[in-house]
Design a protein around this ligand. Structure first.
Ligand code: PEP
Length: 247
């Protein structure tokens, strides 16, 4: 069976009550490809608002979780709190958190384990900087990030990998279809060797980095690109066209 196409919208720290309602209403009113799984990730303050308004069959993701169930962790949200609130996914390991908040591979892996054990799906981000790409270290960087998770999590059935080259995020510089396909194929090969043949076959690998409705169609045709994690363009009406780009 083929892998179901997956499109996630990462709103980052954008939006307010009105604009998030507008985005959700726009998605609700659209004719969406029924074969594509759609997940939106608003800022945590608006998770419940999005869940309440988003139509059934579409899911809501947090942009982060903590790896402890409760306690004195000011500013954090637990997996249990999200699950109780009808939130079914979380993004983890986004490069903005790895770089700005200095989250390391071990912490991302620990949060991934907590999320999976607690019943959330995880959109697990990985990706290299421009400097690392120019030093031919892309595959090494990405597989090291993933290995930290594989050491802690054996069941990858609820993990969706998002390959997001840092140099392409929010820059307008999208990876070429060949660049993206090459890394996606290498990730799949790595999954086969380090996790299992089943994980390699079934794990969705998304591309993220300046995806728009103009480039999504070509990217979607690549054999190892199973969808997108979309930042800036997920705030715009054309997000619907990206969702439908696999048709
Ligand atoms: C992201 O933040 O996950 C992302 C891919 O951003 P953008 O689409 O804006 O490059």
């Amino acid at each position: 069976m083929g892998r179901q196409f997956f499109v996630g919208g990462n709103f980052k720290m954008n939006g307010n009550i009105k604009t998030i309602k507008d985005i959700v209403n726009n998605i609700n009113a659209a004719k969406l490809d029924p074969n594509t799984e759609v997940v939106i990730a608003p800022p945590s303050l608006y998770l419940l608002l999005a869940r309440e308004h988003l139509r059934k069959g579409l899911e809501v993701a947090a942009q982060n979780v903590f790896d402890k169930p409760n306690g004195a962790f000011t500013g954090e949200i637990s997996v249990g709190q999200l699950v109780e609130s009808g939130i079914t996914w979380t993004i983890l390991g986004h490069s903005e958190r790895r770089v700005i908040l200095q989250e390391d591979d071990q912490f991302v892996a620990s949060k991934t384990k907590a999320a999976i054990d607690g019943g959330l799906g995880v959109i697990l981000c990985c990706g290299e900087s421009l400097e690392q790409r120019e030093a031919n270290k892309t595959i090494e960087v990405v597989t090291t990030q993933l290995k930290a998770v594989a050491d802690k999590v054996k069941d990858w059935s609820k993990i969706v990998v998002a390959y997001e080259p840092i140099w392409a995020i929010g820059t307008g510089k999208v990876a070429t279809t060949e660049q993206a396909q090459e890394v996606h194929a290498a990730i799949r090969e790595w999954l086969k060797k380090e996790v299992s043949e089943e994980a390699a076959e079934k794990t969705r690998i998304l591309y993220g980095g300046s995806v728009t409705e103009k480039n999504s169609g070509e990217l979607a045709k690549q054999p190892d690109i199973d969808g997108f994690l979309v930042g800036g363009a997920s705030l715009k009406p054309a997000f619907v066209d990206i969702i439908n780009s696999n048709q």
